[in-house]
Design a binder for this molecule. Structure first.
Ligand code: PEP
Length: 259
């Protein structure tokens, strides 16, 4: 059985002090809660302090991005710098794709570099509003998954604990989430692509999340579907009470009914 997973993407928010206070409030809120994995992804600036604060709590830490390696790359962070500091790294987020021009080739290269240094990618894929309206969701999502995982070995993907997040671009930060049944269908498609590529054991063992305007009121609508293993949460992860409620609701829906 896959352990449900709720990851908070704090994006470009919070000073170090504010990040520590938020992490502390979340630690208190989920203390003693089993059956759901939680990860927090602060900015690079706050990451070391938050990682230190979360040590021994069972809450994992993730970065929001990483570059390919060390060198003359002003402003970038190399995977080796994150190794040992955090477990996860978000890659291919729509804000990286659309605001910073990251394409499938770069995302694929980052994914390989991150995994080489022991990090677990949270690979984000999802169609734009225009692609959705053109009925191209499946085609776009499949192409993004295939490009990111091209020549990535199944054994390595499994060992690192790679995660995929289906995040329709039009649902991110808009307050207009995808409906649960549709997200479940697209996530099932992603799992079938993993099965073709790596076989059913790895596909069934990979967590695939939904992301896009998730909050405490709607998380149940997603995790009640068998293919949806949790959520990548943006805005709502900046409010400790809301984020904790998302984790608790996920546990109530998924852990009690042992799918
Ligand atoms: C995200 O940033 O990955 C995200 C899903 O944001 P939000 O929850 O705010 O839509």
């Amino acid at each position: 059985m896959r352990t449900p997973f709720i990851a908070g993407n704090w994006k470009c928010h919070r000073t170090v002090e504010e990040a520590l206070a938020l992490a502390q409030a979340i630690v208190r809120g989920v203390e003693g809660l089993s059956g759901v994995e939680v990860a927090l992804c602060p900015s690079f600036v706050a990451l070391p302090a938050v990682a230190e604060r979360l040590r021994g709590t069972g809450i994992a830490v993730g970065a929001q991005n990483v570059y390919l390696g060390e060198g003359a790359y002003t402003g970038e962070v190399a995977p080796r710098m994150l190794a040992g500091l955090c477990r996860y790294v978000i890659l291919g987020h729509s804000e990286r794709r659309h605001l910073f021009g990251e394409d499938d080739r770069l995302i694929h290269a980052k994914l390989l570099a991150a995994m080489e240094w022991g990090l677990a990618p949270i690979l984000c894929v999802g169609e734009s509003l225009e692609e959705n309206e053109q009925g191209r969701t499946e085609e776009v999502v499949a192409a993004q998954v295939e490009a990111a995982l091209a020549d990535v070995e199944g054994r390595l993907w499994q060992e690192r604990g790679g995660v995929i997040a289906y995040e329709p671009v039009w649902a991110i930060g808009t307050g207009r989430p995808c409906d649960g049944a549709t997200a479940n269908r697209i996530i099932a498609l992603i799992r079938s692509l993993l099965a073709e590529r790596y076989g059913s054991r790895i596909a069934e063992g990979t967590r695939i999340l939904y992301g896009g305007s998730v909050n405490a009121a709607n998380i149940g609508e997603f995790v009640e579907h068998p293919e949806i293993d949790g959520a990548l949460v943006g805005g709502a992860s900046l409010k400790a009470d809301e984020f904790v409620a998302i984790v608790r609701r996920t546990r109530a829906v998924r852990v009690s009914d042992e799918r």
